[in-house]
Ligand binder design. Structure first.
Ligand code: GAL
Ligand code: CA
Length: 350
C-alpha cells in the first residue's frame, strides 16, 4: 500500500512537472505572441473610401483585442501614391518583425516584389482593394486578397439608373428621344474596378431595354476635384443634354454634384447622378435628392475580414473555414444598392 501511495505520488509529481514544463512553453509562446503587430500599407491616405477602410480596421482591431484578450498594434503607412515609398514601408514592417502585412498596392501589377520579400521573411500578406494579378498571388500560399466583385458593383449601379429611368421616363429622358444621354466619370485607368464598373453599368442599362448615348467620359482618378473640373467642361459643352452622370465612385459623383450646383442644375431640372461606395457624403446627397443612389462598398466588412485573417495568420492558424466570405485565398464582400427607398435604414445601421 505504502509503495503504491509512493508510486501514485510519483506519478502525480511527474504529471505536475510535465504540466509545468508544458505551461512554461505555453507562456513563452504567449509572451512571444502577446502583441499581434499588423502593418497596413495604403496607396494614398486622402482617398475617401480607403480612409474609411483604415478607420474601420482600427475599430475592428479594438473588438478583436477584447475577444482574444491580446494587444493588437495596427500601424498604417501612407504611400502617397508612390510605389517606391510603399516598397520601403513594407521593408520597414518586415525588419520590425510585424506578424502580418496588409497591402493596398499603389501599382497593382507590381505585387511580385512584395510577395517575394514577404515569402523570404515568412510574413503573410493580405492584399486589399487593389487586386494583384493571379500570377503574383500564386507565388506563395500565404497571400490573401480582400475586396469586392467589380462586375457586381457595375451591374448594381446600372440597375439603379435603369429603375429610375423606368419609374420616371418623362423626367429623366429630357429630350424625349427614348435614349439615355450620359457622361461617365472613371476611376484610375490602371485600377481593375474602373474599366469593369464602366462596362457593366452601361451593359446593365442596355440589358434593361434602355438605349444609351455616351456624350463624354474621362478619368477623375477617384477624386473629387478632377471630377468637378471635368463636369464643368461637360456642362459647358453639353448643358441640358446631359441626362445622367454615371460615376465609378461617390467622391467623383460629389465633384459632379458641386459643378451641377454651381450651374443651378441639381434636383429635378438636372441630370440624375449615381455613384459607388456609400461614403458618408454620398449618403447625404441621396438624402438631399442630389444623387439618385449609390452601390454600397462595405468598408467595415472588408476591414473586419482583414483583421480576422490577420489574427489567424499571426497565431499560426489557418483562416480557412473560419472567416466569413473567405473562398480559397479570396474574400469578396457583396455590395448592395442604396437609394431613397432604403437610405434611412442604411444611415441608422451605420
Ligand atoms: C475603389 C473605390 C474607390 C477608390 C479605389 C481605390 O474600390 O470604389 O473609391 O477608393 O477603390 O483603390
Ligand atoms: Ca434622352
Amino acid at each position: 500500500m505504502k509503495s503504491l501511495r509512493f508510486t501514485m505520488a510519483g506519478v502525480c509529481l511527474a504529471g505536475l512537472l510535465t504540466l509545468t514544463v508544458a505551461g512554461c512553453a505555453q507562456n513563452a509562446e504567449r509572451d512571444k505572441k502577446d502583441t499581434i503587430k499588423i502593418g497596413v500599407a495604403i496607396y494614398r491616405g486622402d482617398d475617401a473610401f480607403i480612409s474609411s477602410v483604415s478607420s474601420s480596421m482600427e475599430e475592428a482591431v479594438k473588438e478583436k483585442e477584447e475577444e482574444l484578450d491580446r494587444k493588437i498594434i495596427v500601424n498604417i503607412a501612407d504611400a502617397k501614391n508612390s510605389q517606391g515609398s510603399q516598397n520601403d514601408q513594407v521593408d520597414d514592417f518586415i525588419s520590425k518583425g510585424y506578424d502580418v502585412i496588409c497591402v493596398n498596392m499603389v501599382d497593382r501589377t507590381a505585387a511580385a516584389v512584395i510577395v517575394d520579400k514577404a515569402k523570404e521573411a515568412g510574413i503573410p500578406i493580405i492584399f486589399f482593394n487593389r487586386e494583384p494579378v493571379e500570377e503574383d498571388m500564386g507565388i506563395w500560399d500565404q497571400t490573401y486578397y480582400v475586396g469586392t466583385d467589380a462586375k457586381e458593383a457595375g451591374e448594381l449601379e446600372g440597375q439603379i439608373v435603369a429603375d429610375a429611368f423606368k419609374a420616371a421616363p418623362e423626367q429623366i429622358d429630357k429630350n424625349g428621344d427614348g435614349k439615355l444621354q450620359y457622361v461617365m466619370l472613371e476611376g484610375e485607368q490602371v485600377h481593375q474596378d474602373s474599366l469593369i464598373r464602366t462596362e457593366y453599368s452601361v451593359k446593365t442599362i442596355l440589358k434593361e431595354g434602355i438605349p444609351t448615348e455616351k456624350l463624354a467620359s474621362g478619368t477623375g482618378n477617384w477624386m473629387r476635384s478632377p471630377a468637378y473640373e471635368l463636369m464643368q467642361e461637360w456642362i459647358k459643352e453639353y448643358g441640358d443634354r446631359i441626362e445622367a452622370v454615371i460615376s465609378n465612385n461617390d467622391e467623383m459623383a460629389m465633384g459632379a454634384v458641386e459643378a451641377l450646383e454651381e450651374n443651378g442644375m441639381t434636383g429635378s431640372s438636372g441630370p440624375i447622378v449615381v455613384g459607388i461606395d456609400g461614403t458618408r457624403d454620398g449618403l447625404e446627397k441621396i438624402v438631399k435628392g442630389e444623387m439618385i443612389g449609390t452601390v454600397m462598398n462595405v468598408a467595415q466588412k472588408q476591414a473586419e475580414c482583414m483583421v480576422e485573417i490577420a489574427c489567424y495568420c499571426a497565431q499560426d492558424e489557418n483562416p480557412k473555414g473560419q472567416v466569413e466570405y473567405l473562398n480559397g485565398r479570396y474574400v469578396r464582400i457583396p455590395h448592395y444598392i442604396v437609394t431613397a427607398d432604403n437610405i434611412d435604414e442604411v444611415i441608422n445601421d451605420k
